[in-house]
Design a protein around this ligand. Structure first.
Ligand code: SF4
Length: 380
């Protein structure tokens, strides 16, 4: 049985103004205790999942690379001791360009990391401080060069559009930089103003100069056309890559396959059960010290919920939903169960049938929410 591991490092050097992820910029005094707790959890879960083979590991956050390298090194040593890692395991580490140097990247490589994901967001210098990012545009470029010097070729850059004061030319500029750098994977997200963030406060006060809806849609169109032209294949709504560089870990999420989350706030999904560790860092540390698992939210998903989630996630991918896998998993025909919904969405040009698969059209990718809502149990 194959398993993906997600490891959460809930620390950042500075909190970005738009970010609602479970990460903190004022807990450096807990780094050591947190890694002690995380290593305990890794050891314990390694015992529980003894029969499983780990084929992907994703260390995210937060910013894993804010940790001193000796603490990061302990995480990798614990993983190797506790879990059975497949020889070709994909190991990704998220990094912020302002938090790396060559020795750290070389150390990551030596610990078996073979994929890096840099949160660049934009290469336009004056936009970065507006986001509260700690790095500069030059550091974004330098990060890729350092990664290559350390022996990495599988590199992702996160980019964003719909940012305050961003124009279409800025989006094109960032895409040009990224593709000229030749990185094989790009994740491109539209900004969402999330509740509880400084951006939400500025937005409510009318002080956030966001592109309007038409402008944002034009940016979306620009991204998809630019990357297609540059030879990047869109394999998921927000993810593009050169041939062979799909993120295997993220594909697990979209293929509804099992993954185990370790660390504060980390989610797991195994055998139809989803659970989350407490997002409170001190509570997580305490629980691990007492030999408990710090789970604060556990849900056994009923069959209908699993069917709906399977459809949503599969349709996010360019390959779409495989009706054979659906039938095998749920014992019913996807085409029979959703005939009316599929017909309506096809007539609107949002989905298309391709052999035994149903997938989003280009229009469907753009208006994915309409498609997903149509498959909700009370709508389908
Ligand atoms: S670096 Fe990432 S996780 Fe940290 S605050 Fe910024 S967006 Fe959030």
């Amino acid at each position: 049985m194959k398993l993906g591991l997600y490891i959460h490092i809930p620390f950042c050097r500075q909190k970005c103004l738009y970010c609602d992820f479970p990460s903190h910029d004022n807990l450096a005094h807990l780094y050591q205790d947190y890694i002690d707790a995380l290593c305990r959890e890794i050891a314990e879960q390694g015992r529980r999942f003894a029969g499983w083979v780990v084929d992907t590991v994703y260390i995210g956050g937060g910013t894993p690379t804010v940790l001193p390298s000796e603490l990061l090194g302990r995480v990798f040593a614990s993983l190797a001791a506790a879990f059975s890692l497949e020889p070709a395991v994909e190991i990704t580490v998220e990094a912020n360009p302002g938090t790396i140097d060559l020795p750290l990247l070389k150390a990551l490589r030596a610990w078996g990391v073979n994929r890096l994901s840099f949160g660049v967001q934009t290469f336009v210098p004056h936009l970065l401080p507006l986001l509260g990012r700690v790095h500069t545009a030059e550091q974004g470029i330098e990060a890729v060069e350092l990664a290559r010097a350390a022996g990495f070729d599988n590199i992702n850059l996160d980019l964003m559009y719909g940012l305050p004061e961003q124009r279409q030319a800025d989006v094109a500029d960032s895409l040009s930089r990224a593709t000229e750098l030749g990185v094989p994977h790009l994740s491109v997200y539209g900004l969402k103003v999330e509740e509880g963030t400084p951006f939400a406060v500025s937005h409510a006060a009318g002080k956030l100069a966001l592109p309007d809806e038409t402008e944002e849609e034009a940016m979306y169109d620009l991204v998809t056309a630019f990357l297609r032209q540059a030879g990047y294949r869109r394999y998921e709504i927000s993810n593009y890559c050169l041939s062979g560089y799909e993120c295997r870990h993220n594909l697990k999420y979209w293929h509804y396959q099992p993954f185990l989350g370790l660390g504060a706030a980390a989610y797991s999904f195994v055998d139809g059960v989803r659970w989350a560790n407490t997002p409170q860092v001190t509570e997580y540390i305490q629980a691990q010290r007492q030999g408990a698992l710090a789970v604060h939210d556990r849900e056994v998903l009923d069959r209908q919920t699993q069917i709906t989630e399977f459809i949503f996630l599969a349709l996010r991918t360019a390959a779409g939903l495989d009706s054979g896998i659906f039938q095998e998993r749920f014992g019913i025909s996807f085409w029979d169960a959703y005939r009316a919904t599929i017909d309506t969405l096809s007539q609107r040009g949002l989905v298309e049938r391709c052999g035994n698969r149903l997938r989003l059209t280009d229009l469907g990718m753009k208006f994915g929410n309409i498609v997903f809502a149509s498959f909700l149990p009370d709508k389908a």
